[in-house]
Design a protein around this ligand. Structure first.
Ligand SMILES: CCCCCCCCCCCCCCCCCCCCCCCCCCCC(=O)SCCNC(=O)CCNC(=O)[C@H](O)C(C)(C)COP(=O)(O)OP(=O)(O)OC[C@H]1O[C@@H](n2cnc3c(N)ncnc32)[C@H](O)[C@@H]1OP(=O)(O)O
Ligand SMILES: NC(=O)C1=CN([C@@H]2O[C@H](COP(=O)(O)OP(=O)(O)OC[C@H]3O[C@@H](n4cnc5c(N)ncnc54)[C@H](OP(=O)(O)O)[C@@H]3O)[C@@H](O)[C@H]2O)C=CC1
Length: 515
């Protein structure tokens, strides 16, 4: 019997960010391994015209939850959605709901965040710092609370190259930042943002670092732990390989590559691609919840959920395997044949952006105009290039994360728990994982049927022929222009033609002699 699974039986768990990528996998695993769990409260906001109930219904009816329904048929009754907006005071939770949360919650998993790299500092501080502070305040009023687990990111201290499982101080106190956001206007915030974030690349990593300091300062006598995942990717094993449902991290770029939009990207090919499967992060998080509640460590422990120092894979290997898989299992309706490469300096990056990204987009838009349709490719390409420019920082640097606490926790688990809540990334076979990842992107993100593969291959053949035809026509046009304008080009042309003529005459003469 799994000790961890038994621990969660009859517990009331509160999850923020349960509708997100990580939150859904966390909820699924908790229900599947501990069907006796009492209730999971999830803080949800109405969104995209959907009520809370509709959002929960959609999640429970997704493929991700198919297995859960077999082991826990009444899973619908065990999820209790609470209307909440983490941007509001007291999260805009009703009095009755708040009372229930305060009196019943045993474990909190705080996953909610804005993960956008371009979020305005005010918005990022509100969600990643102030909301964390408020949740800790709520937690301090929960008499039955056994553990508070905060999900941060391994990149919160990406301004350092070696990162230990400790909380690093921030030059400006989070409380001062929170206060200043209340009275500074947007234009002043815009001005001071670069100074505040310093050598971090964006407001996301900066505010996640502030969030950690808040957890340390405001946890009072709570049992608190922090989990820091690196780049979270599709599921490795559970509930099935390759599940993914958003474009963050590598997923969007895999699509852009497979659809033939992305042809080159600036990267350091030998830098470590610190991707970590979402189910590995979730298994560690659940184990951390158990360990923190049962063993009550004296200080706040940080756990790195990273792959680089135990089982490294680099961007070159990852890129090659993505391309190899896409060749076997192509995506439908590609814009161009998938064929991407890494560039390593700014000059070649700009050159390939012009030649391989913008020029084909302009030509395609011209074709759309000619056929009476609205041009859209250049706009799309510019958005892709903007996205890439924001991700580039992470594929051109390497980091070393120590994993002592994570390894310590693994050694504390019984063999059964190590199996059920496997977070030993040394067992991961990268080539197999990446292949399943690309397949998952095709099936679950793009919703493409595998039956369409022959048609997709046919489409790629057509694109190859268009490519050859286009290159030949381009060559002939350029050559014709050169001949018309330059004596040297004419001389070269005359030389080639007479050489070919002589060669053919010689070949004919020698074959006649043999007869
Ligand atoms: C011989 C040599 C051979 C070598 C072979 C080489 C082959 C190379 C092939 C390449 C193969 C590719 C596979 C390798 C993958 C490399 C992946 C590198 C990924 C690096 C990831 C860095 C991770 C960061 C670490 C931090 C981790 C965390 O803690 S947080 C979680 C991560 N957060 C994010 O990822 C959020 C990032 N996204 C954003 O901030 C925003 O989306 C945005 C600012 C980027 C864009 O915002 P915008 O307002 O424009 O609108 P939005 O609606 O969000 O999207 C707009 C369009 O962009 C598309 N989109 C969104 N995200 C991505 C994405 N990650 N990748 C690609 N496209 C994306 C989205 O669909 C929209 O498209 P349209 O609607 O069509 O316009
Ligand atoms: N994905 C990754 O690569 C990594 C993620 N992390 C961390 O993991 C955690 C989860 O990330 P991930 O699941 O990928 O992110 P998602 O963007 O998929 O999910 C974010 C969640 O936060 C919720 N949320 C956002 N704003 C509010 C709000 N105002 N009120 C209530 N809920 C809100 C979202 O709800 P809604 O559905 O309503 O928008 C959603 O459930 C984050 O803390 C992130 O920093 C760390 C490292 C890497």
């Amino acid at each position: 019997m799994s000790m961890i699974a038994a621990f969660y039986s009859n517990k009331s768990v509160l999850i923020t960010g349960a509708t997100g990528f990580l939150g859904k996998v966390l909820m699924e695993k908790l229900f599947r391994t501990s069907p006796q769990l009492k209730v999971i409260y999830i803080l949800v906001r109405p969104k995209s015209g959907q009520t809370l109930q509709e959002r929960v219904f959609q999640i429970l009816n997704s493929k991700l939850f198919e297995k859960v329904k077999e082991v826990c048929p009444n899973v619908h009754e065990k999820i209790r959605p609470i209307s909440a907006d983490l941007n509001q005071r007291d999260f805009a939770i009703s009095k009755e709901d708040m009372q229930e949360l305060l009196s019943c919650t045993n474990i909190i998993f705080h996953c909610a965040a804005t993960v956008r790299f371009d979020a305005h500092l005010r918005e990022a501080v509100q969600l990643n710092v102030t909301a964390t502070q408020q949740l800790l305040l709520m937690a301090s009023q929960m008499p039955k609370l056994e553990a508070f687990i905060h999900i941060s990111t391994a990149f919160s201290n990406c301004n350092l190259s070696h990162i230990d499982e400790v909380i690093y101080p921030c030059p400006v106190e989070p409380r001062k930042i929170i206060d200043s956001m209340e009275w500074l206007d947007d234009s002043i915030i815009d001005e001071i943002t670069p100074k505040l974030i310093g050598d971090r690349p964006n407001t996301y990593t900066y505010t996640k670092a502030l969030g950690e300091v808040v957890v340390q300062q405001e946890s009072r006598n709570l049992n608190v732990a922090i989990v820091r995942p690196s780049i979270v990717g599709a599921t490795w094993q559970e509930p099935f390989p390759g599940w993914v449902d958003n474009l963050n991290g590598p997923s969007g770029l895999i699509i852009a590559t497979g659809k033939g939009f992305l042809r080159s990207i600036k990267a350091t090919p030998m830098a470590v691609a610190d991707v970590i499967p979402v189910d590995t992060v979730v298994n560690l998080t659940i184990a951390v919840g158990w360990y923190t509640a049962v063993h009550r460590p004296k200080s706040t422990l940080i756990y790195h959920s990273t792959s680089g120092n135990l089982n490294p894979c680099n961007w070159h290997k990852m890129g090659l395997q993505v391309l190899a898989t896409i060749e076997k299992i192509p995506f439908e309706s590609a814009f161009r044949r998938p064929n991407a490469d890494f560039t390593t300096n700014n000059f070649t990056t700009q050159y390939w952006n012009a030649v391989s990204h913008r020029a084909p987009a302009i030509i395609y838009d011209f074709y759309l105009r000619l056929t009476g349709r609205k041009p859209r490719m250049l706009k799309l390409m510019n958005r892709l290039l903007r996205t890439i420019s924001m991700l580039e920082y992470f594929i051109n640097h390497s980091w070393e994360w120590s994993t002592n606490n994570t390894e310590m926790l693994l050694s504390e688990l019984s063999p059964e728990d190590q199996r059920v809540f496997n977070f030993d990334v040394r067992q991961l076979n990268w080539l197999e994982y990446i292949e399943n990842y690309v397949l998952g992107v095709k099936k679950y993100l793009l919703k493409e049927d595998l039956a369409g593969i022959p048609k997709a291959k046919q489409h790629l053949k057509r694109l190859r022929n268009i490519h050859y035809l286009f290159n030949t026509a381009l060559f002939l046009i350029i050559w014709r222009l050169l001949i018309a304008r330059s004596q040297m080009a004419r001389n070269i042309w005359f030389f080639i033609v007479s050489f070919c003529y002589k060669f053919i005459s010689y070949f004919r003469a020698s074959s006649t002699l043999k007869v």
